[in-house]
Design a protein around this ligand. Structure first.
Ligand SMILES: [Zn+2]
Length: 431
């Protein structure tokens, strides 16, 4: 065994609660959970953490972030409409690289401190990959491609390829003989890449097909924003509204474009991506889906992608209530994300869970915690039994006897993080 973790309360990936156990980790997986008998930890594994009164559960997976916007933390005023907010964010991309890199570093620290162990980050230049890896976090950096004009689709994919060569494959080449063997993981360790066509109002069908076709062929994650605002639906339907003006302001030629006559999910799931879709598509992560519409919900039920709800960012833009019940009935793989710090006050998953639970009291707390943890593993292709764990102080007087009581305590008390483990290695520790 590589690591032994002794805790008073452990919630396993099936959300069963175990009392007074030692969690044994080997090769990045939870290998065994055994009853604790005294403190015999050192004999079990070279790395041993005796956390005593602690609640341990699967680590949080942030299924939607833009870490390269983290330098905008507390810089963008609340209350802007989406089409007013976008130009502020686009302008921020031109700030000095040192600011952007510094923001990513700070964001990684916030993620680790909040109990996140894996991230799906949408990235323009791929520069979060090395930072995530350095902080011990795992996940996927989805390279953003966009362009409304189909003639630019090939060039956009080529730019993504350049990022892939610079950020993911060059490191492996540079390792050379030091890589040891051909099976050595590609640097940055634990972080792979995927694709992120931006959104159906900003990205052509051709570019969506290039990116999603490639992701399917290579077994990678593909993520996109979809059905985020009523303005998006309007623009896709008939080509009018504030998004038309916004795109034109960015120089997009829309002469002769009068909409597709369909909403985002009908376009994506019923047409553009349809040739690749199977009965369930967890590695396709559709972000927001705030306004899915009846036809969109039907397509979601048929194709069952991952759907990512970003509770605090959703509240930031003052959207209609998120259609949680309809999504659960559609049977999508529900995941949670933070979106960027340009539309969120922090990156802590407990903060997101609190907002989700308050906004949707009819949805069981366990459903939200699954969305924030093990469902994210499904989306990112992380093994269900991965040794990605967090352990939290169990306040004096708290003696949860069921999973529901333990999760309720975590949200209510917000106790300090005792330890974070990602891929079997300790990445945060306060004892
Ligand atoms: Zn986003």
């Amino acid at each position: 065994m590589d690591l032994a973790l002794r805790v008073s309360h452990y919630i396993d990936p099936a959300f069963r609660l175990h009392r007074d156990v030692t969690v044994l980790v080997q090769d990045g997986l939870v290998a065994q959970v055994i009853p604790s008998v005294g403190t015999v930890l050192r004999s079990l594994a070279p790395a041993a953490l005796d956390l005593g009164r602690a609640l341990c559960l699967p680590g949080f997976v942030n299924a939607h972030a833009h870490l390269d916007l983290s330098h905008l933390w507390r810089q963008v005023p609340r209350g802007l409409a989406f089409h007013e907010w976008v130009p502020a964010v686009v302008a921020a991309r031109t700030l000095p690289a040192t600011m952007i890199e510094g923001g990513i570093e700070d964001a990684c620290r916030m993620l680790v401190a909040g109990g996140t162990t894996a991230v799906l980050d949408v990235s323009v230049g791929g520069n979060s990959a090395a930072a995530l890896s350095r902080h011990g976090l795992r996940g996927t950096v989805a390279l953003e491609v966009l362009g409304f004009d189909p003639a630019g689709a090939d060039a956009a994919m080529q730019r993504a390829d350049e990022v892939i060569r610079a950020r993911f494959e060059l490191d492996r080449e540079r390792l050379g003989a030091d890589a040891g063997n051909a099976d050595a993981p590609a640097a940055p360790g634990g972080v792979g890449f995927g694709y992120s066509p931006h959104a159906p109002y900003s990205t052509s069908a051709d570019l969506f097909r290039h990116a999603f076709g490639r992701a399917c062929g290579e077994g990678r994650v593909c993520t996109t924003h979809a059905a985020e605002t009523p303005e998006e639906t309007r623009f896709l339907q008939d080509g009018t509204g504030p998004l038309r003006e916004l795109l034109q302001r960015f120089g997009v030629k829309l002469d002769g474009f009068h909409g597709f006559g369909a909403g985002a999910l009908e376009l994506l799931l019923g047409d553009w991506l349809a040739p690749w879709l199977a009965e369930a598509n967890p590695h396709l992560v559709l972000v927001h889906c705030n306004y899915p519409g009846p036809a969109g919900l039907e397509l979601l039920a048929r194709t069952r992608p991952s759907v990512c709800y970003c509770p605090r960012s959703h509240a930031w833009f003052d959207h209609q209530p998120w259609p949680a019940q309809a999504m659960l009935e559609a049977g999508v793989n529900l995941v949670l994300g933070t979106d960027s710090l340009a539309s969120n006050e922090g990156l802590d998953p407990l903060g997101e869970l609190r907002v989700a639970a308050t906004a949707h009291p009819a949805v069981p707390l366990e459903t939200w915690f699954r969305a924030a943890t093990v469902n994210g593993r499904t989306a990112l292709g992380i093994a269900p039994e991965a040794a990605d764990l967090t352990a939290w102080v169990l306040p004096v007087g708290c003696e949860p006897t069921t999973t529901a009581e333990a999760l309720d305590m975590l949200l209510r008390e917000g106790p300090p993080l005792l330890a974070g483990v990602s891929q079997g290695a300790v990445i945060a520790r306060s004892v």
